[in-house]
Each structure stands twice: as structure tokens, then as C-alpha cells.
Design a protein around this ligand. Sequence first.
Ligand code: SF4
Length: 351
Amino acid sequence: MSKAVRVRDVVIGGGAPVRVQGMTKSDTRDVKATVDEILRYVDVGCEIVRVAVPDMEAAQAVGSVVKHSPIPVVADIHFDYRLALEVIRQGVDKLRLNPGNIGSRERVEAVVQAAKEREIPIRIGVNSGSIEKGLLADLGRTAETMVASAAKHIQILNDLDYDNIVVSLKASDVPTMVAAYRLMAQRYDYPLHLGVTEAGTLFQGTVKSSVGLGILLNEGIGDTIRISLTAPGEEEIRVAWEILKSLKLRERGANLVACPTCGRLQFDMWPVTNELERRLATIQEPITVAVMGCAVNGPGEAREADVGLAGGKNHGLIFRHGQIKRRVEQADMVEELWKEIQDAAEEVRAR
Ligand code: SF4
């Protein structure tokens, strides 16, 4: 089992549930936009959020972001140790920083000392696209190289008697990334933050991330996850949760059961399921909603669910806990189902 590391009030590793991380896409210097984005992420289940800190103005904005963020904030720093010192001063909850990239030993020492004093963990983030030239020349761009790079950064921190470490080894190539994390998990017990980097668009990135993270999580490797998509950050959080839910590692929110539709369908079902999926992302109670196209499998699935709909010709029958409640016309389906879903969620809360 990995070690436990505390980030504000969230424990990662040490047997804690696998945590869902997000990263804001707003300019961190714009505190309002960044905080609004974090709050939207929290609504869909984000538990730790990273913000980019490209310059001193962004570093100085981090204090206000942390103050208004209900979840721990991680500062993403590259090269400039002064930015690291400033975000620590501003009260950030964790750093993402590679100590080998911030210059002299004195600079690293200054950052590590400040992180120690505030008990802030540091995530070493190796990315296959930016491995040190020396290692690349010796070993090539392989999983072993990525682990060797992480080992160098870890050694720098260990030499300064610092052990509050999380590690990530992201690659856009899924087999390389899987191999790197497996090696890392064999050799170290630091908590691992999983991700497929530059995974791509919503569709491609979701598939790549699900395959890569799914393999590792199923082997018990990984303590936090981030899905990187060229899409709004809320989508990254939703995908992360679906991966964890599919593997039964975490439970959160509604499970939408929907048939794929076929030639028996007699109402316009896709807009209904698409809109429900969007709204269900805000439901935190573990309820099951079934939307089924016709009478073949529809009533059976709809009866099993907390809220169900079995379709007919331009209409559907709404089920609650196995009982038919009423008939709804196509135009009213979403709103009528939504009322039942909110009611079912309320029931769970009241239990
Ligand atoms: Fe087709 Fe009906 Fe099955 Fe949906 S529930 S896939 S519409 S047979």
C-alpha cells in the first residue's frame, strides 16, 4: 500500500479512496473566473484542483483562490523557485514541481524548507515529453527513463530529508504510461497520481484515459486521478468519476441505464438521455435511472430502477420503485423525469 499524504483535509494514498482531481483552464490571475470554475468542478465531484502559476501575478492571486476554494488547491510551478515560495506564502495546499528543474541546491532548499514548515506535499510530475536530455540520450523515451527521472527528483528531496511526496508519470502513449506506473509502484510506496497526458479530445481522450487508468486502477495502482481532455474541465471530472464507478472503486451520484435504441423505438430518445445525463452530473445520491426505448426490455429495466421510463409511441410510462406512476408525452419527458429524480434523491438524503 502507498503512504498516506495529506492535502489540506483530503488524504491521498494509504488506502484512502482514489481522489478525483481537476485543473482549471482559466487564467489564474483572474481570481473570479478561477474560483467560479473551481465551484463548477466541485458541483460535479472534483476533490482537489490544480491551477497553473506561470508568473508572479498568478502566484500572488493564489491566496485569494485558496481562500474561496472549498477543495485543496495545488499550484503548478515550472522552473521559477520564487513562484513556489510565493504560493507557499499565499497558503497553497500542495505544489506540483520538479525539484531538479528549479536551479541551485540553495533554491531547492529554500522551497523544501518552506514546504516543510507548512506541511505542504510536493508532487513530482514526470512527463514523457519533457524528460531531461541526459536521461533521454542514455535510455531513450521509455517507461524506465520516466521512472529514472522521477527517482532523480525524489533523491533531491530525500537528500533534504523531505518525504511528503506524490509522484506522477504521465505519457500520451498508453502502454508506456501503464508500464511506467507499474515500475514505480514496484519500487516506491509514494502515492501515485495517474493520468494520460495530452489525451486529446473528449471522445479520444476519454477512451485513452479509461483504458490506461482502468488497467492500473484495476491492479490497485493509483491514489488520485486526473483526466486531461481538450474539453471543458467539468467533462474531465465526469469521466474520472465514471471510471471509478465502473470499477466499483467509488460511488457517487446517479447511474443512468439507457438502451442503445433500435428499429422498435417510437419516440425521440437521444435528446432525453443526453439532457438527463447532463443534469444527473449534479446529483450526488446513488440512485439508478433507466430510460428504455420500448416495451421489449423497457418495463423490466424501468421497474428495477429508482426512476424509470419505458417508451411507447411519442410517449412513455414513468416508473418509481417498480410501479407505473403516469404517462408522459414526448415534450414533457425530461422535466417530468427530472422531478421524479429530484424526489428520489431527496428520499435517499432523508434515509
Ligand atoms: Fe430496441 Fe426496445 Fe431494446 Fe431499446 S429497449 S434497444 S428500443 S428493443
